[in-house]
Design a protein around this ligand. Structure first.
Ligand code: TYD
Length: 198
């Protein structure tokens, strides 16, 4: 089973990904817990460049995320799925469609096509979208913001709107969760969905 978590920055999706991984392991399942950009040495190197490096053009950014993803899928995700393991990934293709395709204005179809090409069409079995008003999410943020987090509120609003419309067009794959609730309540809803497909 391949499961991904999505949401605007500080939506709480990473916490939910961790809680699901812990629960699946308690059930005796073997889980690859991973994230994007990252998950392989190339992916982690790209993460540094794209989040903490120089300013770059939108297509350079989209291509870097796609490059990291290509390596991640072929070297980590697909091999784990072929071994019969579960894969839980914090962000995947929907992040690129929402952030680069819509918020950066590159076009969702073009960004989706690029990503389906480099991953040889690998889509998750389920995607949990943690919805949180961008303003509220921003209030949770702290520390040293990365290159994407430094974008303004309008940018995050576009990302949020993009995610909501992705969920509307893929209602079977993408499960939208109301993120302004206690983490354990959201986690229980995630588990209910997962129990149905185990
Ligand atoms: P994330 O790991 O969620 O950030 P953090 O470690 O700070 O919690 O994601 C890193 C950032 O990269 C986030 O702002 C979203 C962005 N991103 C894209 O713009 N496109 C992508 O394809 C991916 C995977 C992430």
């Amino acid at each position: 089973m391949f499961v991904t978590f999505e949401g605007v920055d500080w939506s709480g999706k990473s916490t939910q990904a961790e809680l699901l991984v812990a629960w699946l392991r308690e059930q005796g399942r073997t889980v690859l817990s991973t994230r994007e950009p990252g998950g392989t040495p190339v992916g982690e190197a790209v993460r540094q460049v794209v989040l903490h490096g120089h300013d770059m053009t939108p297509w350079a950014e989209a291509a870097l995320y796609a490059a990291a993803r290509a390596d991640h899928v072929e070297r980590a995700i697909r091999p784990a799925l072929e071994r019969g393991e579960d894969v839980v990934c914090d962000r995947y293709i929907d992040s690129s469609v929402a952030y680069q395709g819509v918020a950066r204005g590159l076009g969702e179809d073009k960004v989706l096509e690029l990503n389906l090409t480099v991953t040889r069409g690998l889509l998750p079995d389920r995607t949990f979208l943690v919805l949180l008003d961008p303003e509220e999410a921003r209030g949770r943020g702290g520390g040293d913001p990365d290159r994407i987090e430094r974008e303004g509120e309008d940018f995050m609003r576009r990302v949020d709107a993009a995610y909501r419309s992705l969920a509307a067009v893929s209602p079977t794959r993408i499960v939208a969760l109301e993120g302004a609730r206690p983490a354990d309540e959201i986690a229980e809803e995630v588990r209910e969905h997962i129990r149905r497909i185990l």
